[in-house]
Write a protein that binds this ligand. Structure first.
Ligand SMILES: [Zn+2]
Ligand SMILES: [Zn+2]
Length: 373
């Protein structure tokens, strides 16, 4: 009990055993320790449970791979969590935690035998609307998240106060039962207890046995500076509470950020379109441009072309996963008036007398050059 039961050792097979060898070993042992053959023998029953759990893992190629990875040199971190989509009652996570003895000390009194951890709480997701400024500067925003909380009458057991859940008589607390007889059985969640491993005779009047009640959870969330539209902020442990001592889920807050009339997000940076008059573009100018918290002066060189970009480094929004801030890119667009007054027309006529020549000549020069060859 102190050491971690190794499913390979439990079935007495080699780590490299084939699926066939595992199946054979399992059948032989299951036959030997089957409760039908050993009525009233607690040790045999315990052993049979271990054998079934070992086969649950090694008999399934995916779970076996997960187990091998989890028990490998890198331990049970990162990649080794319960597989997504795995059955969630009496599931792989529970089996592993049993195997690893992780929660061995935590067997709840009166709880199901052989099951040491309750079901983890569900993750919650909610949206939060932010102004552009709140997204850039960060903000503390109130949230109201519909959720369920542990019932205060029964403290989550689902049983009427003064009573407690008892071990499910159908699955003996395993949470799974075998369909079919003995050796060719398929494990599935217990139909009597739904996989919980326990049954409630007198349900709690407040929650009708659910162990939780629907509420709206109110909390204030710190939105970090620099979030974007559709950023997903994880608040660990702020999801629904776990059942029967399981860990709480997480809360994901998805940001919905209003657009700014001035600033457009471009990755880590912001972009601003800055109109220039024709004379400013031709002669150059010192102009004032908007920054996130004020204005800055920008030198526009003489002969600035339409679409030229100038950057102010570090004036952009804070970077989310690094120190420092992004930049603001100022894109110059030359403002061409749609209509001209008589006076302006004359001025343009004057200008075209002075600034002339054919800027498109080089487009054709190249072709003619080729033609001459
Ligand atoms: Zn209750
Ligand atoms: Zn059951």
């Amino acid at each position: 009990m102190a050491s971690r039961p190794d499913p390979y050792a439990t079935l007495g097979v080699d780590k490299k055993a084939s699926a066939d060898e595992i199946k054979k070993a399992y059948r032989k042992l299951a036959r030997q320790y089957h409760p039908d053959r050993n009525p009233g023998d607690k040790k045999a029953e315990e052993r049979f449970k271990e054998i079934s759990q070992a086969h649950d893992i090694l008999g399934d190629p995916d779970k076996r791979k997960d187990y091998d990875r989890a028990s490998g040199p890198f331990g049970f971190g990162g990649a080794g969590g319960p597989p997504p989509g795995g059955f969630d009652v009496g599931g792989f996570g529970d089996i592993l935690s049993n195997l690893f003895g992780g929660a061995a000390g935590g067997r709840a009194g009166g709880g199901a035998r052989g099951r040491t951890q309750g079901q983890p709480g569900r993750d919650l997701e909610t949206e939060v609307r932010l102004s552009f400024e709140q997204a850039v500067d960060g903000a503390q925003v109130p949230l109201a998240v519909p959720t369920s909380t542990q019932c205060t009458t029964c403290h989550g057991t689902g049983a009427k106060p003064g009573t407690s859940p008892r071990v499910c008589p159908q699955c003996q607390g395993r949470g799974v039962e075998a369909e079919g007889q003995g050796l060719f059985s398929i494990s599935q969640p217990c139909t009597r207890c739904g996989g919980a491993g326990t049954v409630i005779d007198e349900p709690c009047p407040t929650c009708e046995g659910a162990g939780s009640t629907r509420t709206v959870k109110k909390l204030r969330v710190n939105i970090p500076a620099g979030v974007r539209d559709s950023s997903r902020i994880k608040l660990a442990g702020k999801g629904e509470p776990g059942r029967r001592g399981g860990p709480p889920g997480d809360l994901y807050v998805v940001t919905r950020v209003s657009e700014s009339p001035i600033f457009k997000r471009k990755g880590d940076h912001l972009e601003v379109e800055v109109p220039l008059t024709i004379p400013e573009a031709i002669r150059g100018a010192t102009i004032e441009v908007p920054t996130l918290h004020g204005t800055k002066k920008l030198r526009v060189p003489a002969g600035t072309k339409h679409g030229t970009v100038q950057r102010l480094r570090g004036e952009g929004p804070p970077l989310l996963n690094a120190k420092g801030r992004g930049d603001i890119h100022y894109r110059f667009v030359i403002d061409v008036p749609a209509t001209l007054s008589e006076e302006q027309k004359e001025a343009v006529d004057e200008l075209s007398k002075v600034i002339n020549g054919d800027p498109r000549a080089r487009l054709f020069a190249a072709r003619e050059g080729k033609a001459k060859v």
